[in-house]
Design a protein around this ligand. Structure first.
Ligand code: C5P
Length: 299
């Protein structure tokens, strides 16, 4: 048995996010195309008689007040209750990326914790059981258990992995200095009446899926139904999107429920140059590479 396991908790970007309905319990039904980025937090788990969590890294303060509600601790408690014979673990979270940004954050940390504890204790839970545990922690958590690029449907918890892409691509991520809660963004979203646009979206989604797998240059526009909610109410996000567009982004869009934005630079502009331009105005700017499914990033 190993005594310690370290797992990268990668960021994600939603290249496509279409809200297709609303459940009776208020959750929104989605068709979303999501990819891992090769940057993220890191969770380490080691055998210990006493459960503990130490949080470090540049964004540690953002989760300092969560206490027992920290998703890493919640995931660990769930796993230990579910996997007979698993004992306590000493956990550490290196919080590199901003929280409440629509790029994964706590959901990815929770999935990394589940994976770390699985590696540590070697107790195999059936995949369906693990996915159910993950879904009880948050709609996005099952996606982060997977190998990367996937279609996420249902409330986001039904994950259909894509075949590995032939090539990865680089994005520039900008996180404006404002936090947007997932619940807040969804609460303000109004589903349009016309179903006609729905069919167009399905076709766009399938085309974009093919482009991701083929790894060719994107001809299609990314899409996010939730973007309008945030752009119309949060000036800082609007300004960051405008800044990306005038600084040379060929495509720029909000990820998930916001507030992070990602962009593909124009072909003649290296991603690091677009990032440098953005760093003049924004402190949280990252260059990341998409992860071809099947090759989880590890650091
Ligand atoms: O599942 P998660 O805990 O991330 O969701 C946070 C909140 O975001 C939910 O309580 C719900 O209000 C909203 N949400 C939604 N539809 C989704 C995912 C989240 O309405 N598909």
């Amino acid at each position: 048995m190993i005594t310690a396991a370290g797992v990268l908790a990668p960021a994600k970007v939603n290249l496509f996010l279409h809200v297709v309905g609303r459940r009776a319990d208020g959750y929104h039904l989605l068709d979303s195309l999501v990819v891992f980025a090769d940057i993220g937090d890191r969770v380490e788990a080691s055998l210990s008689d006493i459960p503990s969590l130490v949080v470090g890294g540049p964004e540690a303060n953002a989760v300092a007040d969560l206490g027992d509600d920290n998703l890493v601790l919640r995931a660990a408690r769930l796993y230990i209750d579910a996997a007979s014979g698993a004992g306590a673990a000493a956990l550490s979270l290196d919080k590199q990326l901003p929280t409440a940004s629509g790029i994964g954050g706590g959901s990815s940390d929770a999935a990394a914790t589940l994976r770390g504890l699985l590696a540590l204790w070697g107790r195999r839970l059936p995949h369906a059981r693990l996915s159910a545990l993950a879904a009880s922690l948050g709609s996005d958590v099952p996606f982060f258990l997977g190998p990367g690029s996937a279609l996420a449907t249902g409330r986001g918890e039904i994950v259909t992995p894509l075949p590995p892409a032939r090539h990865s691509f680089q994005v520039v991520l900008v996180v404006p200095e404002v936090r947007v809660s997932t619940a807040w963004t969804y609460a303000h979203y109004v589903i349009p009446k016309s179903r006609l646009t729905g069919w167009k979206r399905v076709v766009n989604l399938l085309q974009l899926r093919s482009e991701v797998i083929a790894g060719t240059k994107f001809k299609l526009k990314f899409f996010n139904d939730l973007e309008g909610v945030v752009l119309s109410r949060v000036p800082a996000v609007r300004e960051a999107l405008h800044a990306l567009r005038v600084s040379g982004a060929a495509q720029a869009q909000m990820s998930g429920s916001g507030a992070a934005l990602f962009a593909l630079p124009a072909p003649s502009l290296p991603p690091k140059d677009l990032a440098s331009r953005m760093r003049c105005r924004f402190s949280q700017v990252y260059v990341a590479r998409s992860v071809r499914a099947g090759s989880r990033p590890c650091r």
